[in-house]
Write a protein that binds this ligand. Structure first.
Ligand SMILES: *Cc1c(COP(=O)(O)O)cnc(C)c1O
Length: 400
């Protein structure tokens, strides 16, 4: 039999769960785009986008695009064909991002850390070797959603400063924004990339660039930019329609307005960070118990390098793929596929899954996913250590 009837839970790392209040805010007749509420909402929305990135004064451009669109927007504004960048890759998303620049004619030097965390010293070394200061930017993914490694951005900035190199620090925080602590100003980030559908709890379709005045100055004369993607036009508008280069994404803006109010004014950003840390430690404690028997392991060994918004794990002998199917059919939960840990043609591809605990997620949702996983392991006869659910309950009890 199946026990999947009831509210389905999409526990994948984006799109994340959209709060009913955000859906409700979007459920309205098309608003006036010339004047009134929507137009008046813009300055507050930009202010709150600065708050969520912890920046006082960064420029903000909003694009009607997903994260891949924001990658290209950043590339277009920053670079000309033949410009050189350094890309520190710790998983599938870092790789794809680097490829987006390469495909636009940028000369990309990749330091591939494979499925291991980034070593800032390697970035320092590569920058020191660039005597002519040809490297215009360093790309770092904050949380690589595939490996679920979370990189230390402040340490990368330190390494760049130690090398005395003027390159811009460009950070993809699509999977971490609103979930993991992130400080645009204090960490010396020059360009930050975010999107609506993960920690920001809104449907896919909006993405954001925050950029320093230094990045703005460096972008002058870049050869790849076209008017639609020009971040000056998107960020320095006096007329409403110019923010979007055409019709505003009206309903997305209402959804985002509600989501940012929930995150910043009701829960509070630091409380949301703490909630994500607690839910993550609950997932880790459970997997640590399960992994004492059988072929189960978290992707990232070191706790301090694990994402707080998504956890990747290996459950051998195709256990991960069988569990994903079981949870979908029997328990009403969809988990994320393993991404980039093994090639889709490799039998090991079925050994990886990801659990999102990102955005609008609370203790009972995460406990429910973990209990459903344990039920699935029992039903499918997948060997696992005992005490996982005890550990989960204990982690929550200790966190609150
Ligand atoms: C989800 C994600 C992306 C891609 O975003 P899309 O909206 O799917 O284009 C890029 N980078 C990271 C780190 C992500 O988690």
């Amino acid at each position: 039999m199946s026990l999947a009837s009831g509210r389905h839970y999409l526990a994948i790392p984006g799109p994340s769960v959209i709060p009913d209040r955000v859906l409700g805010a979007m459920h309205r007749a098309a608003p006036n785009i010339y004047q009134g509420e929507l137009v008046e909402m813009m300055p507050g929305l930009v202010r709150d986008l600065r708050r969520v990135a912890r920046t006082e004064a960064a420029n903000v451009a909003i694009y009607i695009a997903n994260g891949h669109g924001a990658w290209e927007a950043a590339n277009a504004n920053l670079f000309s064909r033949g410009d050189r960048i350094l890309s520190a890759v710790t998983g599938h998303f870092g790789n794809t991002w680097a490829l987006s620049a390469k495909n636009m004619g940028v000369d990309v030097e990749v330091i591939d850390f494979g499925t291991q965390p980034l070593q800032p010293a390697r970035i320092e070394e590569a920058l020191r070797a660039d005597d002519a200061h040809r490297i215009k930017a360093v790309f770092v993914t904050h949380t690589d959603t595939a490996t679920t490694i979370r990189n230390d951005i402040a340490a990368v900035r330190k390494a760049m400063d130690a090398a005395g190199h003027p390159a811009l620090l460009v950070v993809d925080a699509i999977a971490s924004l609103g979930c993991d602590p992130l400080h645009f100003d204090d960490w010396g980030i020059d360009v930050l990339i975010g999107a609506s559908q993960k920690g920001l709890m809104t449907s896919p379709g909006l993405s954001f660039l925050w950029f320093s005045d230094k990045a703005l100055a460096a972008s002058e004369g870049s050869g790849l930019v076209t008017p639609y993607w020009d971040w000056k036009l998107r960020s320095q508008s006096t007329e409403f329609y110019r923010y979007f280069g055409g019709t505003a994404p009206t309903h997305h803006l209402y959804g985002l307005r509600e989501a940012l109010a929930m995150l910043l004014d009701e829960e509070g950003l630091e409380a949301a960070w703490a909630r994500h840390a607690a839910l993550a430690s609950c997932v880790w404690a459970t997997f640590e118990a399960w992994s004492r028997n059988g072929d189960i392991a978290l992707n990232v060994g070191d706790r301090s390098l694990r994402s707080h918004s998504v956890t990747g794990a290996r459950i051998g002998n195709g256990g991960a793929v069988r569990l994903r199917e079981w949870l979908e059919k029997k328990a009403g939960v969809t988990l994320g596929i393993g991404l980039g840990m093994a090639a889709p043609t490799d039998p090991a591809y079925g050994d990886y899954l990801r659990i999102a605990h990102m955005g609008y997620v609370n203790a009972h949702m995460t406990l429910g996913v973990l209990a459903a996983l344990e039920a699935g392991m029992r039903s499918l006869g997948i060997p696992h250590g005992t005490g996982g659910l005890d550990a989960a309950a204990q982690a929550i009890a200790e966190a609150v």
